[in-house]
Design a protein around this ligand. Structure first.
Ligand SMILES: [Zn+2]
Ligand SMILES: [Zn+2]
Length: 106
């Protein structure tokens, strides 16, 4: 059995609905309100799942991380925080601290 989930077509997941789609067609989409966020791989491919389909995912497929859906999940620009087990926005623009340090005279 292939341990890797067939990720299928791109699905706009900002509606936070379960994106489980056995036949990879819109008519096969689950569409239930999602309760879990799944990180499949280090390329940051993610899916949303309802309780029922999270059970299927856990029993069948390998994935890197998962967490309960939060308000920032699947929103543009939000980052997956594996330590905090949630999606969040960075508090400050990435790189601003490093750039400041680079220009500090020595
Ligand atoms: Zn579902
Ligand atoms: Zn998330």
């Amino acid at each position: 059995m292939d341990p890797f989930a067939p990720l299928g077509r791109f699905i706009n997941d900002q509606a936070q609905q379960c994106t489980y789609s056995p036949a990879d067609t819109p008519s096969a989409d689950c569409g239930a309100p999602a309760t879990w966020h799944i990180l499949w791989n280090v390329d940051c491919e993610v899916s949303l799942a309802c309780d029922q389909h999270m059970t299927v995912v856990r029993s069948r497929y390998v994935f890197v991380d998962s967490h309960r859906i939060g308000p920032d999940c699947a929103m543009p620009g939000a980052l997956w925080d594996t330590a905090a087990k949630r999606c969040m926005y960075p508090d400050e623009p990435v790189g601003s601290t490093a750039a400041a340090e680079l220009h500090t005279p020595t």
